[in-house]
Design a protein around this ligand. Structure first.
Ligand code: PGA
Length: 252
C-alpha cells in the first residue's frame, strides 16, 4: 500500500497561503511523490484549495480538521462532514489531541464523528496518542489501546480509515520518540486493530505524527508498520513539505 503523508495546517492560513499549495502542486507535477498526499487547511480555505490543487498534473487531496457528528442542525459554529464533502474535501482529521484537550472531545465523540465522516464519503484520519505523564508512567500502551477501542468504530476499513499515532509530548515540541519507541507503539497499535477489527485491521495505515521534519522523515517513514506521517508545522511551507515527501522516496 502506498504511504500517506498528510499535512495539518491547524489554525494557520489565509488566502495568500494558497500560493504554497500551488507551489506544492507544481513541484509534484514535475516529480511525482511515492505516496498519497493530503493537506488539511482551515475550513475557510478548503473550497479554494480544491480549486487550486484538486485536478491535473500534481493534484492532491484536501481534507478538513474536524467535523460534527450530526448532519445538520442548531450547532452554531460547527461544520458537518457533508459540508466538508460539499466543499471538495475527501478526508477529515478526527480526535486530534488539541481537540481532545481544548474542546473536551471524548473517545465516544470521536467515534461518532468517524461514523459521520464515513456517511458523507470522507476518509477518517483518527488520532490517538499518550501525554508525557502517561509515557513517564509507562501507561502508553494501555492509553492508546483504550483510545482505539473507544474511538475507532466497528466498520473501519483501509478504504475509510487511517490511524495516526501522535504522542502529545511530540506535537510542536521538536521532540520525537526514538525509532524503537515508534516501532514498538506502531506494533502495539497494529495488534489492537487486529484484536478489534479482525483481519481488516491488518491493512489500516498507521501514520506517525509529532515533530516530523525534513531531517527525520526518511528514518521515521522507514520503520516497520509506519504507513506515513501526519505533519503539522512543517506542512505550512511547500519547501519543507516537499523535503519530507522526498524522505518517502528514500525509504521506498
Ligand atoms: P507538528 O504537529 O508536526 O507541528 O508537531 C503534528 C500534528 O499536530 O498533527
Amino acid at each position: 500500500m502506498r504511504p500517506l503523508v498528510a499535512g495539518n495546517w491547524k489554525m494557520n492560513g489565509l488566502g495568500e497561503s494558497l500560493g504554497e499549495l500551488s507551489a506544492l502542486k507544481a513541484a509534484l507535477a514535475q516529480n511525482p511523490p511515492a505516496c498519497e498526499v493530503l493537506i488539511c487547511p482551515p475550513a475557510t480555505l478548503i473550497a479554494r484549495a480544491v480549486q487550486t490543487v484538486g485536478a491535473g498534473p500534481g493534484a492532491f487531496a484536501i481534507g478538513g480538521q474536524d467535523c460534527h457528528a450530526r448532519d445538520h442542525g442548531a450547532f452554531t459554529g460547527d461544520i458537518s462532514a457533508a459540508m466538508l464533502k460539499d466543499a471538495g474535501a475527501s478526508a477529515v482529521i478526527l480526535g486530534h489531541s488539541e481537540r481532545r484537550q481544548s474542546h473536551g472531545e471524548t473517545d465516544a465523540d470521536v467515534a461518532a464523528k468517524a461514523v459521520a465522516a464515513w456517511g458523507a464519503g470522507l476518509k477518517a484520519v483518527i488520532c490517538i496518542g499518550e501525554t508525557l505523564a502517561q509515557r513517564e508512567a509507562g501507561t502508553q500502551d494501555a492509553v492508546c489501546g483504550g483510545q482505539i477501542t473507544g474511538s475507532v468504530p466497528q466498520g473501519a476499513t483501509a478504504a475509510n480509515t487511517v490511524l495516526a499515532y501522535e504522542p502529545v509530548w511530540a506535537i510542536g515540541t521538536g521532540k520525537t520518540p526514538t525509532p524503537d519507541q515508534i516501532a514498538a507503539m506502531h506494533g502495539h497499535i497494529r495488534a489492537c486493530l487486529l484484536a478489534r477489527l479482525g483481519e481488516g485491521g491488518r491493512v489500516i495505515p498507521i501514520l506517525y505524527g509529532g515533530s516530523v521534519k525534513p531531517d527525520n522523515a526518511a528514518q521515521i517513514l522507514n520503520l516497520p508498520d509506519v504507513g506515513g506521517a501526519l505533519v503539522g508545522g512543517a506542512s505550512l511551507k511547500a519547501r519543507d513539505f516537499l523535503a519530507i515527501l522526498a524522505g518517502v522516496n528514500q525509504s521506498a
